[in-house]
Design a protein around this ligand. Structure first.
Ligand SMILES: Cc1ncc(COP(=O)(O)O)c(C=O)c1O
Length: 459
């Protein structure tokens, strides 16, 4: 009989509690650093966040509990697609002629096509609970906006999305997807906010960035009493909600009788990779699996973890957020408009940044053509056309599998396949026709952007 290649969990195995890695990190000697108030430089107090987020999410943001219950209403929606499947990529293994065994956890089965609904549904639920009318947000590739639009429609909330202009123009169908769920979508920078207007005055042709779109969405929430803000990545509560990915994957790897040697994922703000990796990372930090490796991948055009500085910086361009301790390319940095729109973020999750800084996680950056070469190889082997963001993880995993072949050693590789690329055909067309520019990161831009970092000492 052929070996099994798919490891499904029954629907009653959806995790009923999210796992918070922060207390585990603290116990392991990697305590989180607090976000700071930009004016006082003192740790942020919950009241500063109250105009933007419901109390339940603020409490999750600062929680020191390892386990937090998933509300029944959220579980009811998760049941539409969770548990997501874990596959063994035997056809890819054969194509690479590698002794490595490659597994991937596939989040592209969600209705919006990525991992993003795992937190969108939770955030919409908590906002509805406190009577909010509308949620504003940013979106890069459109995956997050699509997910929040869907979640808002489930909980009968209005949704306003600032979509990075480069993606708005590259991906009209993502806009239509959001509009189908009743969301209003604006190409950012817009002239409807002060943050957008000031960018357009200085750069009338701006293609936008996640940092700018975040500023616009926050400004609306801060100035409109019944609009709250929702963020698709980076913050602790978002990574917390995404832990369902890794909790399921751990159980599925056990069913497969395997323990990963290396867990690979792509990092924009860190939510899909944190979601997959942290339940495994807890084992490394507790000394149960001390040799398990973790590889975070990112675009060479926006190499936050590999070329950024670990520093306190704003999460957005207009300096509206608290100062976050993270790897950053500077809040003014506008990455080149590469096709992996969801990875065009100047910063990263503070907890994930700390794990890289403390040596528990490795990071690597790849160029667009390296990434799409891997994406096409994967599609031809496994039949799934990955999102350009997810294809970074595939590139990393393929490199690991090739290294295993060259060393003549078995290796178990687990990939986070965060989404499908069905709305990214333009990117594939550009790659297949040799039109994908090899955009490199310009150190001069980095110098200029880092020069604008606030001068806050970091331990
Ligand atoms: C499919 C997909 N993967 C990954 C990302 C990167 O975000 P994060 O690092 O929060 O997972 C995005 C962001 O839009 C995405 O759409």
């Amino acid at each position: 009989m052929s070996e099994p290649t798919r490891f499904d969990l029954p629907s009653n195995r959806i995790p009923t509690a999210w796992q918070n890695l922060l207390p585990v990190m603290a116990q392991a000697g990697v305590p989180p650093l607090p976000p700071l108030h930009p004016g006082t430089r003192e740790p942020v107090t919950p009241d500063l966040l109250a105009p933007l987020f419901p109390e339940a999410l603020i409490l999750q943001e600062v929680s020191t509990d390892e386990w937090i219950d998933v509300p029944g209403e959220v579980l009811d929606v998760y049941r539409l697609w969770r548990p997501s499947p874990l596959h063994r990529a035997t056809r890819l293994e054969r194509a690479l002629d590698t002794p490595a065994r490659i597994y991937f956890k596939y989040e592209g089965v969600s209705p919006a096509g990525s991992h993003k609904p795992n937190t969108a549904v939770a955030q919409a639920f908590y906002n509805k609970q406190v009577g909010v009318r509308r949620i504003s947000t940013e979106t890069g590739a459109g995956q997050w906006g699509s997910s929040l639009a869907m979640a808002c429609s489930f909980f009968d909330l209005e949704c306003l999305v600032f979509m990075v202009k480069a993606s708005y123009e590259q991906k009209p169908y993502r806009r239509i997807f959001m509009e189908t769920f009743g969301a209003e979508v604006r190409p950012s920078p817009t002239s409807t906010t002060n943050a957008g207007k000031s960018i357009l005055e200085a750069h009338p042709d701006s293609t936008g960035s996640l940092g700018i779109a975040i500023s616009e969405a926050i400004e609306i929430a801060a100035t409109d009493g019944d609009t709250n803000y929702s963020i698709g990545s980076c913050l602790n509560h978002v990574l917390l909600h995404q832990s369902v990915i890794g909790l399921e994957a751990k159980e599925q790897m056990e069913v497969a009788g395997e323990v990963p040697d290396v867990v690979v994922g792509c990092v924009g703000g860190g939510s899909n990779y944190g979601g997959l990796a942290y339940p495994f990372m807890a084992g490394r930090l507790r000394g149960e699996t001390p040799d398990m490796r973790f590889l975070a991948t990112e675009p060479a055009a926006c190499p936050t973890l590999t070329k950024g500085r670990f520093a306190y910086d704003f999460g957005d361009t207009a300096q509206l957020t608290p100062l976050l301790p993270m790897y950053t390319l500077g809040h003014d940095f506008v990455p080149a408009p590469v096709h992996a729109g969801g990875l065009r973020y100047h910063g990263d999750s503070p907890s994930l940044s700390l794990l890289v800084r403390s040596g528990h996680m490795e990071a690597a950056a790849y160029t667009q053509n390296e990434v799409f070469e891997a994406a096409v190889l994967f599609a031809k082997a496994q039949g799934i056309v990955p999102a350009p963001e997810s294809a970074h993880a595939i590139r990393g995993a393929i490199n690991e599998a090739i290294a295993a072949r060259e060393a003549g050693r078995e290796r178990v590789i687990l990939i986070g396949l965060s989404g499908h690329g069905h709305f990214d055909m333009q990117a594939y067309d550009d790659y297949l026709n040799g039109r994908l520019p090899e955009v490199e990161f310009d150190p001069a831009d980095q110098e200029a952007a880092l020069a604008g970092l606030p001068d806050v000492p970091i331990a």
